[in-house]
Structure formats: C-alpha cells, structure tokens
Design a protein around this ligand. Structure first.
Ligand SMILES: Cc1cc2nc3c(=O)[nH]c(=O)nc-3n(C[C@H](O)[C@H](O)[C@H](O)COP(=O)(O)OP(=O)(O)OC[C@H]3O[C@@H](n4cnc5c(N)ncnc54)[C@H](O)[C@@H]3O)c2cc1C
Length: 376
C-alpha cells in the first residue's frame, strides 16, 4: 500500500449507480463532503441499462410508499437536473390476456387505491379506446397515470455531476476492495485506481454496489443475500410517435416504451433463469423480445432492432431492497438488492440515506428493508 496516498472523507459511498449517485446528490446538497467510488463510470451497470420505467403500480405493498415518494422527487429532479433526464409521466399500462390476470390486477388495484395511489381498471373496450396501438388479444388492463419513464443513460450522471457541483468528490475507475473496522466502527476504505492502491479514512460508508455488494461486504464478514441475474433489452430504429405509456404484459413476458427520439425500447418483464454475472445477450432472448413485442404492439412487426444489451439484476430472496444498518458495525449502511425495480426508487433511497446521516433518522420507516430480516 502506498502510504503517500491517503485521503479523508466524512462519508464514502461505494457504487455510482442511481442509488449511490442519489445519496451523493442529497448529502452534498445538505453540505456533507462525500467521496463516491465507482469502479467504472457513473451509471454503467443496471442504472444505465434498465428499461427506464418509473412505476408505482404493481409493486410489493412494502415498497409502494417509497415509490410514491420517489415519484415526487422525480418531478423535482426533472425540473432541476442537467442535462435533461427526460422524465415524463406518460402513464403505465399493465395488461391482462386472461381472466385470472385481470382479477389479480383488480385485487391489486383495490389495495393501491387504499394506499392512496390513483389507478384505473380498463375493460377491453376502454383499452381499445385508450390504447388502440395494442393488439386485440388483451382482455383489459390496469392503468396508473402518474407513472412514467426517464432516460437511464442520463440520470445517474446528472445526479453525480450535480453532487460534484455541490462539493462531492466523484472518483470513477476506482474500485473499493476492502472496508476496515476497528472494534465495531468503520475506519477506512481501501481502494485502487490506475495509479495503484490508496486509503480513504472515514467513519461512514454507504455501500450501494448493486449485485456486487456481497463480494465487498464479505471483507467485513457480513453476508448480504443478493444474487445476480441477467435481463436484456432491445431498441428499434426511430419510429413515428406511436404511444406515450410504459406498457407491459407479464403473460407475453415483455414491456415497451417509446423514447423521446422515437426509438422503442423492448425488455423482458420476466426474469431469465439462473444466477449469473454474464452480460452477453443470448439469441433466443432476442427472439423472445421480438416475438413478444410484435404480439403486444402489431405495428412493431417488421421493425429493425438497432442494438441489444444486457444488464445485471440484483435479486434478494423476498424481492425487495436492503436499505439497512448492520448490527454490530457502526458506520456501515447498505443500500442494494433492489431486485429489478430500483430505478424508480433510486431518488428516495438516496434522500432517506442522506436524512439518516444528517438528521439521525430517515423521514420514512425503512423497517421492512432491514438486512436482519434474512438473519431470523
Ligand atoms: C435490464 C434491466 C431493466 C430494468 N428495468 C427497470 C425499470 O424499468 N424500472 C426500474 O425501476 N428498475 C429497473 N431495473 C432495475 C434497476 O436498474 C436497478 O434496480 C437499479 O439501477 C439499481 O441501482 P443501484 O445503484 O443499486 O445498482 P447498479 O446500477 O448496479 O450500480 C452499482 C454500481 O456499483 C459499482 N460497484 C460495485 N462494487 C463496487 C466496488 N467495490 N467499488 C466501486 N464500485 C463498485 C458498479 O460498478 C455499479 O456501477 C432494471 C434492471 C435491469 C438490469
């Protein structure tokens, strides 16, 4: 270790995805001098590769309140961040091809309405009227008007750059490889960049490393149950404006949104089996994307894919995130395992982490997201 390379930071954030960048953004705005370490570039992993859906509906009830609070933050971020993150509330349509799916959506809508989320059930004729671009195979749908989308390529960077303007130190191409403690207190992070290894002395770490979180947490002996899985997307050539909503069908295993410039992004709404960090895109997956998209939106038949790509999901055993302190280790917060739906939740996760450190506790309960729930 090169002793001449030593830094100090009141807070070190590990991971420059949307969660780490949002935490850096809100902490910096509160006057905290954070240092963020990202081993690649900001938003290079799931946060920059995802479907762009910012969705409150069709969520686990435990995280619905967070999603609703996050949407309020997305509205503020759209007004303040640079560059424009292309956030807009075009609505979200969840489709049903059979009575069972429709009845499940109806049950869920009752719960969502009770929780204060405005959603509507559409029967077949309403669906035809409101979304004539969809195939006639659907019996109905659930619709949430305040859901929407943003451009994943821009959001983490816009947050990180705004944090930098407020004084954050953003170190890209820099990997944390060990977190050190003395007694029960975090004391430093060991990291490496192109110049070699160095130490950052710090009493506080926020670990937002996505599916790679368990690798580093192991250096503290902390087991974090997150497993990786791959999820792929394809993007079509530019097309005339066809639809504004984010649409998905779990029966067909596909979702789609049309970007501002006209390209249509098509992703798989069901997880690919297997635990893997492999980011190649298998040919059968591309075929499933093409087939599912054309079944859902007939106008897509014959359109060309410009490119495909794959990102790594971060699944926990119960499908919701870990946003948690760790018993017995002071100064170590984990925010990871968003299980394939953390793009929407990134802003609120970052804000609550900031409140936790600045004010002593977050303004919303994070009880459901404790790591300890897996240790019982
Ligand atoms: C294909 C796909 C589609 C998706 N679609 C949606 C969607 O439509 N809507 C939605 O809400 N969510 C969606 N998601 C999920 C969402 O993208 C993730 O839940 C969210 O981006 C997680 O953000 P994160 O910051 O926790 O993790 P990541 O984005 O994975 O970021 C973690 C970062 O930490 C860095 N890192 C890890 N370890 C270290 C280390 N030791 N040192 C330095 N850096 C480190 C990594 O390089 C990475 O950049 C999708 C995900 C995928 C893969």
């Amino acid at each position: 270790m090169n002793a001449s390379r030593k830094m100090n930071a009141p807070v070190v954030i590990i991971g420059g995805g949307i969660v780490g960048c949002a935490a850096a953004y809100y902490l910096s705005k509160s006057g905290v001098q954070v240092t963020l370490l990202e081993r690649s570039v900001l938003g290079d992993e799931a946060s920059g590769r995802n479907g762009g859906g910012v969705r409150q509906q069709c969520r686990d009830r435990r995280e619905r309140g967070l999603a609703m609070a996050s949407v309020r933050l997305w509205q503020e971020l759209q007004a303040t961040l640079e560059p424009d993150i292309e956030y807009r509330q075009g609505g979200n349509i969840r489709l049903a091809t059979d009575e069972k799916r429709l009845s499940d959506l109806r049950c869920q809508s009752e719960e969502e309405l009770q929780d204060g989320l405005p959603v509507e059930m559409w029967d077949q004729s309403e669906l035809r009227r409101r979304a004539p671009y969809l195939a006639e195979i659907f019996l109905g749908a659930k619709y949430c008007a305040s859901d929407g989308m943003a451009n994943p390529l821009l959001v983490s960077r816009a947050l990180g750059w705004a944090a930098q303007r407020s004084g954050a130190r953003i170190l890209t191409h820099t990997e944390a490889f060990q977190i050190e403690i003395q007694g029960r207190q975090v004391t430093s992070v060991l990291a490496k960049d192109a110049q070699g290894e160095f130490v950052i002395e710090t009493p506080q770490v926020i670990h937002a490393g996505g599916p790679w979180t368990p690798h580093l947490s192991q250096t503290l002996g902390v087991v974090v149950p997150i497993v990786p899985a791959r999820s792929s997307l394809a993007i079509t050539q530019r097309m005339p404006r066809l639809f504004d909503e984010f649409v998905s069908s779990h029966d067909l295993g596909v979702y789609a949104r049309q970007a501002r410039e006209g390209q249509i992004h098509i992703g798989r709404s069901v997880s690919e089996p297997g635990e893997t960090f492999d980011q190649t895109t298998p040919l059968p997956t591309i075929e499933k994307l093409a087939r599912g998209a054309a079944q859902m939106i007939p106008a897509l038949r014959g359109s060309n894919f410009l490119r495909t790509w794959t990102g790594t999901l971060e699944n926990t055993p119960d499908g919701i995130a870990i946003i948690s302190a760790v018993d017995g280790i002071a100064g170590y917060l984990i925010a990871a395992g968003f299980s394939g739906h953390g793009f929407c939740l990134g802003p609120i996760a970052g804000k609550l982490l900031s409140e936790w450190l600045v004010e002593g506790e977050p303004s919303m309960s994070l009880r459901e997201f404790r790591l300890a729930r897996f240790q019982k």
